[in-house]
Design a protein around this ligand. Structure first.
Ligand code: NAD
Length: 267
């Protein structure tokens, strides 16, 4: 295998399913060695490792909870002990616990903030520490390291009934920009990807019946639901030297969902 990410080591969190799985496979297809983090479902992570190694790539599966500080440190230790270094973090893990605000429990609020926002902080902090410790002459890329945070169109689109989720994604938007500003001088790039509606288990009830899909498509000017591969291709490019001058921004991969589709017919 050879490609744009030859010699790079990538850690993708939440890579046993959906977008993370697609991103991990695309990174491997581009030549990177991939650490596949999963929370509890070992089998799909092992299957992905087998698929990548079957194609001649390098991959390991590592269990860890991204909202747990000690687990995150161990996740990076195991990545570095498997592949010798780390060059790219894709902080992708995310959950939803939806409820109208008056019915939202503190546990549901905390769970989403812990995984979707604090988990991104813990993984980004650990990645920065590792990037800084790696000698410049060992780098496979122009940058000293790349962080990609999996955000959402809900970093800018308010979402009734999902206040915990939208708050976490809005937090990621400002975390990415502040972090990018802080570490650009070290040669580290930090960006977000904001997917629109992507066909994964997290939003299955929004696409798994014709009626639900038809309703969803009204929100997508480009007229189709996204697939994990749409996000994966963008992530590989954003991680590569082709995007070397890009930091502190969000790349929307959403078929136009964030373009106020309600105004298409003159509002
Ligand atoms: P998914 O449910 O298929 O995948 C989520 C992944 O996160 C799973 O692998 C899960 O095991 C992992 N995860 C959950 N809690 C974890 C924890 N504590 N520690 C480690 N891993 C944990 O959903 P997806 O759609 O692939 O979501 C991936 C990311 O994309 C999420 O951040 C989500 O918010 C974001 N996103 C998805 C969509 C979409 O339409 N599917 C849209 C915008 C943003």
């Amino acid at each position: 295998m050879s490609g744009r990410l030859d010699g790079h080591v990538v850690l993708v969190t939440g890579a046993s399913s959906g977008i993370g799985l697609g991103v991990a496979e695309a990174m491997a297809d581009a030549g990177a060695a991939v650490a596949i983090n999963y929370r509890s479902h070992r089998e799909p992570a092992d299957d992905l490792v087998a698929r990548i190694t079957g194609k001649g790539g390098r991959a390991v599966a590592i269990a860890a909870d991204v909202s747990d500080e000690a687990d995150v440190a161990r996740l990076f230790d195991e990545t570095v002990s498997a592949f010798g270094r780390i060059d790219i973090l894709v902080a992708n893990s995310g959950i939803q616990k939806d409820a109208a605000i008056a019915d939202m429990t503190l546990a549901d609020w905390n769970a989403v903030i812990d995984v979707n926002l604090t988990g991104q902080f813990l993984c980004s902090r650990e990645a920065l520490r590792r990037f800084r410790s790696q000698p410049a002459d060992t780098r496979p890329a122009r940058s000293a390291g790349v962080i990609i945070s999996m955000s959402s169109v809900h970093e800018i689109i308010p979402w009734a009934g999902h206040v915990n989720y939208a708050t976490a994604k809005g937090g990621i938007r400002m975390m990415v920009r502040s972090l990018a500003q802080e570490v650009a001088g070290d040669g580290i790039r930090v960006n977000a990807i904001a997917p629109g509606a992507i066909r994964t288990p997290i939003n299955q009830d929004a696409w798994d019946t014709p009626e639900a899909l038809e309703k969803l498509l009204r929100l997508i000017p480009y007229g189709r639901i996204g697939e994990p591969e749409d996000v994966a291709r963008a992530a590989v490019w954003l991680a590569s030297d082709e995007a070397d001058y890009i930091t502190g921004t969000t790349l929307f991969v959403d078929g136009g969902m964030a373009l106020y589709p309600g105004f298409r017919d003159n509002g």
